[in-house]
Design a protein around this ligand. Structure first.
Ligand SMILES: [Zn+2]
Length: 416
């Protein structure tokens, strides 16, 4: 971006790239990506996911511990993932561990092996091999994780309130929405807020969909509770009102809610009450997106579209590229301690996304690098074309085409 302060002079021997009127952003950090590799590679793999990331300005990707087989709940499973990922990493890749019933003894060794926090589910996850934690097990896992200074990231929906809601069935989105009440999010987040300070723990709320919980989180933070929260491009750009019947490419949990929630989430971002925006890219094969909301796989595919989707809505609401960089690069890097990522400054990696902010394109799923061409954004015209992506000073994608894979696998950085 054209600087408003004094022009910067390149040092001796520095390479100069003229970006014209394009905007230079710090490389995006997407800490919520389900790569599914190994085991469900037909859904997504490290090669395809990291190509999609590079094509769209994401230079750091953090993989979720579930939907791959095995899930990342042991050090052996982590090493199995790393073995696959290192073959074709187009961007830097880190890994979350999983906290599931019975793996408390493995948590510290996963932490020592470098995972960037632990994910737990309160409701069922959608896959049998990654069961949720009941309240007593949640407390035990969180106590263990707090003991070594780790981070617990939580799918925060209360299972009892979901069980008490009408089950989803059929092609109507309104029925699906009613099956995942906002009170379930509120209740689960309230429980985390009560638990974290009691155990001197640090927690992170994944994919906030209901803005109802924002005042609760803001109040807890004012009182010193160590809680961070993310939301996702689909909650910021798509609304329940516009989901056509049977359009299960829009299904995820918690669900896309009404426009009023979306407005409140934007207000939360603007106020700094929401820390970051990450994709929750959770793809599947097309056959699992049947037209019945009770049976379709829940997950939205958006890794390669996060930046233009968010930027399109952000600019309409009067936000700047600086805001987007804060939400999609600086914000996600901080809770996982990725001190070399998340900003353009001396001492950090030279990771960049070069964005043409006023240019538009229409989403053609067939043109995406995702393994499967199913996405809720199909046919939408978005602002913001990523011209190039740079990782540690080397161009890793040019006009959407990834170059040679030069990504590295990342481990948690020890804090002083
Ligand atoms: Zn997810």
């Amino acid at each position: 971006m054209r600087s408003r302060s004094a022009p910067v002079t390149a040092g001796d021997g520095a390479r100069v790239e003229d970006l014209g009127d394009d905007v230079l952003l710090p490389g995006l950090v997407d800490t919520h990506v389900h790569v599914n590799d190994p085991g469900r590679t037909a859904w997504e793999g490290f090669a395809s996911a990291s190509r999609a990331a590079a094509a769209c300005g994401v230079t750091t990707l953090v993989d979720m511990p579930l939907n791959s087989i095995p899930p990342t709940t042991t050090v052996a499973a982590l090493e199995a993932k790393r073995a696959v990922a290192r073959r074709s990493a187009h961007v830097d890749i880190g890994f979350r561990g999983g906290a599931v019933p019975g793996n408390v003894p493995a948590l510290r060794s996963l932490h020592n092996a470098g995972v960037l926090g632990f994910k737990a589910f309160l409701p069922p996850s959608g896959v049998d091999e990654f069961p949720p934690l009941a309240p007593d097990r949640l407390e035990t896992a969180l106590r263990e994780i707090a003991g070594f200074g780790g981070l617990l990231i939580v799918h925060a929906e209360d299972p009892r309130l979901i069980d008490g809601a009408p089950p989803p069935t059929g092609p109507r989105y309104a029925d699906f929405l009613a099956s995942r009440p906002r009170a379930a999010e509120h209740e689960a987040i309230a429980r985390l807020i009560a638990l974290a300070p009691a155990l001197d723990a640090r927690v992170h709320v994944l994919h906030l969909s209901s803005a109802d919980a924002l005042p609760l989180i803001a109040e807890a933070r004012r009182e010193g509770v160590r809680i961070t929260v993310e939301t996702c491009p689909h909650f910021l750009t798509l609304t329940a009102e516009e989901v056509p019947d049977g359009a299960t490419e829009f299904t995820c949990c918690p669900p896309i809610r009404e426009a009023a929630d979306q407005d409140a989430l934007w207000a939360g971002l603007a106020a700094g009450e929401i820390d970051c925006v990450v994709s929750d890219h959770s793809p599947c094969t097309a056959d699992l997106k049947v037209g019945d909301f009770g049976r379709a796989w829940g997950g939205i595919s958006s890794l390669q579209l996060g930046l233009p989707a968010v930027w399109t809505a952000a600019r309409r609401r009067g936000h700047t590229p600086h805001d987007v960089a804060r939400w999609m690069s600086t914000g996600p890097a901080a809770p996982v301690g990725l001190d070399r990522k998340g900003a353009i400054e001396a001492g950090r990696d030279a990771d960049f996304a070069v964005l043409a902010p006023d240019e538009t394109f229409t989403v053609d799923p067939a043109a995406l690098h995702h393994r499967n061409q199913v996405t809720a954004y199909a046919g939408r015209t978005l602002h913001g074309v990523v011209r190039s992506t740079w990782l540690r000073g080397r161009k890793i994608a040019d006009h959407g085409a990834p170059t040679e894979p030069t990504g590295r696998l990342m481990e948690r950085q020890a804090r002083p």
